[in-house]
Design a protein. Structure first.
Length: 99
């Protein structure tokens, strides 16, 4: 996986601060492939809790991760207790690496 330990720690800490300690975070997409170069950071956040304002939570995650990781393209997918299943969630779970 093409993320440093400090980047992984920053992602985990941000996720827990915004979504709680029980959040699961996975990296998927090109960053999982050690042989790839460049690319954005695709993150899948999953919680069993209900997130009252998903748009606000995604904005909080995006802002905090931009400050922590620098100005780079970060794609965020958030699934909470009320989010209906979608194919992208299956892809992220199947191909992602939990951090």
């Amino acid at each position: 996986m093409r993320l440093s330990s400090s980047q992984i720690q920053a992602i985990r800490q941000t996720a827990q601060r915004v979504l709680g300690v029980d959040v699961r975070v996975s990296v998927f997409g090109s960053r999982v492939n050690d042989n790839s170069k460049g690319g954005d950071i695709d993150l899948f956040f999953e919680t069993e809790k209900q997130v009252n304002n998903r748009a606000k939570a995604i904005c909080q995650l995006s802002g905090a991760l931009t400050l922590a990781l620098g100005d780079r393209k970060i794609d965020i997918i958030l699934k909470d207790a009320n989010t209906p299943d979608a194919p992208i969630f299956d892809i992220a779970k199947r191909t992602g690496v939990q951090i």
